[in-house]
Design a protein around this ligand. Structure first.
Ligand code: B1M
Length: 232
């Protein structure tokens, strides 16, 4: 090892988080995994590691991708490093022992292969006690409809990261309406280019800005459903 190699465990918390942002940027998966473990060993809550180190780092990657400083291959490496860190956090976030709250089917819409945000939402939902069925990326309307029925889901979650793919969410919701099943499910949508107005316009129950909001929104809608059932 060269003298100037950085020993992650010797950095203080702030330096380490800064280093993680750099390592994520450089797509260094092993370093990210090591650093995640160091922060956990230092007593950091998994959620803090996720948001302050990984998600914050990915935001920097996103800005430079937008500005043409980073390109697809580099961003893929960053995404791969992020996934390495998330894999360590996943069981910890899911480990709350909360009673099952309900079932969510989630997937990224047709034409779209971004899955980091969707994976994060799935992890946080599991951590909050929801059962999550992940359909992955590039989902056609038929796939969503088949899954929500087969899984007897309470919630359908859709993710889209591209302005060109977000309108597909309406295709799915319209198909649910045509089949007369729209109101049988809570439909939550999310992804960076969406907003509340878009969510309303396509007929979703709610737009969720991030994974934490998705969990809170899901809980609110499930509670509302239980109250309605109880009232009948
Ligand atoms: Co893409 N990409 N990308 N990309 N990529 C964006 C989205 C972009 C904004 C970058 C930019 O220009 N700044 C831009 C879209 C522009 C637009 O449409 N207006 C873009 C582009 C253009 C493209 C390509 C077209 C590039 C090309 O090929 N020329 C191409 C498209 C491929 C396709 O899908 N068909 C492409 C490809 C890729 C990679 C494969 C390289 C890689 C994806 C790897 C992967 O996901 N496995 C990638 C990445 C990583 C990004 C950025 C940099 C980061 C996305 C991310 O993971 N963010 C992104 C820039 C950005 O968003 N700022 C970008 C971190 C994640 C935690 O946040 O996904 O927003 P996010 O999820 C959040 C919330 O949005 C919300 O909660 C999550 C957690 O808090 N949320 C939900 C998300 N889904 C939800 C679902 C819910 C609820 C909440 O359901 C209930």
């Amino acid at each position: 090892m060269a003298d100037d190699d950085i020993i992650l465990s010797e950095l203080d918390d702030d330096e380490l988080v800064q280093q993680m942002h750099d390592d994520l940027y450089d797509g260094l998966k092993d370093e990210i995994e090591e650093a995640v473990q160091i922060l956990l060993d230092r007593g950091w809550a998994p959620y803090d590691v996720l948001t302050r180190a990984l998600v914050a780092g990915m935001t920097i990657v996103g800005a430079d991708f937008r500005d043409g400083i980073l390109f697809v291959p580099e961003v893929l490496l960053a995404a791969n490093a992020m996934k390495g860190g998330m894999a360590i956090l996943k069981p910890l976030l899911a480990e709350t022992g909360a009673p099952k709250m309900g079932k969510m089917v989630i997937g990224t819409v047709k034409g779209d292969i971004h899955d980091i945000g969707k994976n994060l939402v799935g992890m946080m939902m599991e951590g909050a006690g929801f059962e999550v069925v992940d359909l992955g990326i590039n989902n056609a309307v038929e796939k969503y409809l088949e899954a929500i029925k087969a899984e007897e889901a309470d919630i359908l979650g859709m993710s889209a990261l591209l302005t060109t793919t977000m309108p597909y969410m309406k295709v799915v919701i319209d198909a649910m309406k045509e089949q007369g099943i729209r109101d049988d499910y809570i439909v939550l949508v999310g992804g960076a280019p969406l907003n509340e107005e878009f969510g309303r316009a396509i007929g979703a129950d709610a737009y969720c800005r991030d994974a934490a909001v998705a969990v809170e929104t899901a809980k609110t809608f499930i509670a509302r459903r239980h109250n309605q059932t109880a009232a009948h």
